[in-house]
Design a protein around this ligand. Structure first.
Ligand code: SAJ
Length: 420
């Protein structure tokens, strides 16, 4: 039997790796995106996704892949996978506008026999309550005329070890037949497919994975504050606990939680519980509170360290090192650096930043001076705060024994270093 023809909706950091892997496996793939810039860029052989090179895009094009802003291309596919963003809405639930728009595009070109899969991260119930009703406006019935499934995306930008291909892919369908079709399709593209009981279980899987991280990061963030007051080196205790070969996964304190997953995904869960059950999801909301308070805590610790050298924070030069959301990537989404800088400026500090991966950093409410080299950042500050452990800062030749340093990642050693 011929391989199914695949159409991917949303050609970003989730959709494009799916195109890449499917074309590598010999599938005929078409891409649909609402952005002319994305479509023209890809058809011109250019990648806008960090982990995918222009050469990889050329290889996709060589297999016959093309991108289009016309949803009519969807009708030629056997399988349509929706990989559009679900950002946080003002009510702290998912903004499903992109999902609704994609569903309408699929509806308008729906063909009997197609399999439609949603990969966008969202609350349990979305596929059944939002996607399927829109698709059935076509007159086609899910389970009878077409198949529908959910499969959470597990793309980890910058992770060279775990890629789409070797990361187990969870699938859950509206009916057992839907599940089976999704399992058959993804088995052509990834090494391992995991079959969930149904749509909601597949939707919950991703939220469980990332809420687990969020809650455990909040645990060590709150513990770091107590340990500082109790004179306990939490970082050393985490190092020791991590030697336990079972029953413990190490998480480390930080200046706050950034990125497009961890600070966002748990909201979908607490939003669903609150709107459907009228109850707070206390673990998630407490974790949110603890993690969101870390930037202010970092500013208070900076104030204390300057106080220790008889300097007021007002007028002191504070240099931030690493303003992305995690080490060794350039992504600034939801980075806690923004709130740290804002809190320091509010206390009267003269804030600058150094980041080897960021040339330009705009704060909504203030300009923060960029310092071109690490040496200048250290020499030109009364206090430096390491926010992300970029490799440049871990150079063993660096002594960290002059300007006071607040190390929020527990990675520096030196006589001037204080840990969070
Ligand atoms: N963070 C801490 N302490 C920790 C771990 C993380 O403060 O112990 C902070 C980071 O500095 C960052 C934020 O939390 O600001 C998120 O870090 P992350 O390591 O969770 O990285 P993300 O946001 O890129 O999460 C993604 C997720 N992948 C998907 O959702 C597909 C997550 O499930 C992965 O486990 C994670 O990558 C990973 O392991 O890198």
């Amino acid at each position: 039997m011929d391989s199914p023809r695949l159409a991917v909706i949303g050609l970003g950091y989730v959709g494009l790796p799916l195109v890449q892997e499917a074309t590598r496996r010999g599938l005929r793939v078409t891409g649909f995106d609402v952005s002319n810039a994305v479509v023209d860029g890809l058809n011109g052989g250019h990648s806008h996704v960090d982990d995918i090179s222009d050469e990889s895009v050329a290889a996709m094009l060589a297999t016959g892949f093309s991108a289009s802003t016309s949803p009519a291309v969807l009708r030629d596919a056997d399988v349509v996978v929706i990989c559009v963003p679900t950002p946080l809405a003002d009510d702290r639930g998912p903004d499903l506008e992109a999902v609704r728009a994609a569903a309408a595009a699929v509806r308008d070109h729906l063909v009997p026999g197609q399999l439609v899969v949603l990969e966008s991260t969202t609350y349990p119930g979305t596929t059944e309550e939002v996607l399927i009703p829109i698709l059935e406006e076509s007159g086609l019935e899910v389970g009878r005329d077409i198949n529908v499934a959910f499969s959470p995306e597990r793309i980890d930008p910058g992770n060279d070890t775990y890629t789409l291909r070797n990361t187990p892919k969870v699938v859950g369908g509206f009916t057992p037949a839907c599940t089976q079709r999704a399992e058959e399709f993804y088995s052509l593209v990834v090494d391992t497919v995991v079959v969930a009981k149904g749509l909601k279980e597949a939707e919950l899987t991703k939220l469980l994975e990332n809420t687990y991280r969020h809650v455990n990061i909040a645990l060590v963030n709150e513990l770091s504050q107590f340990c500082h007051l109790l004179g306990i080196d939490l970082w050393d205790a985490i190092r020791c606990a991590a030697t336990k070969p079972f029953g413990f996964a190490p998480f480390t304190p930080g200046p706050g939680v950034g990125g497009h997953c961890i600070p966002i995904d748990p909201n979908y869960l607490s939003h669903r519980v609150r709107t459907h059950l009228g109850q707070p999801f206390r673990f998630v909301e407490l974790a949110q509170e603890v993690n969101a308070a870390m930037p202010d805590y970092v500013a208070r610790r900076a104030q204390d360290l300057l106080n220790d050298v008889s300097r007021s924070i007002r007028g002191s030069r504070v240099g931030l090192l690493g303003i992305t959301y995690k080490a060794n990537i350039s992504d600034q989404r939801e980075s806690p650096a923004r709130d740290v800088a804002t809190a320091l400026i509010r206390l009267g500090a003269d804030v600058s930043f150094h980041d080897p991966l960021v040339a330009d950093w705009k704060l909504p409410s203030a300009e923060v001076r960029r310092v071109p080299t690490l040496a200048e950042a250290i020499a030109g500050s009364d206090l430096v705060i390491l926010l992300q452990a970029h490799s440049e800062y871990l150079d063993p030749a660096l002594a960290w024994d002059t300007t006071p340093v607040l190390d929020t990642r527990g990675v520096l050693r030196g006589s001037a270093v204080a840990h969070l």
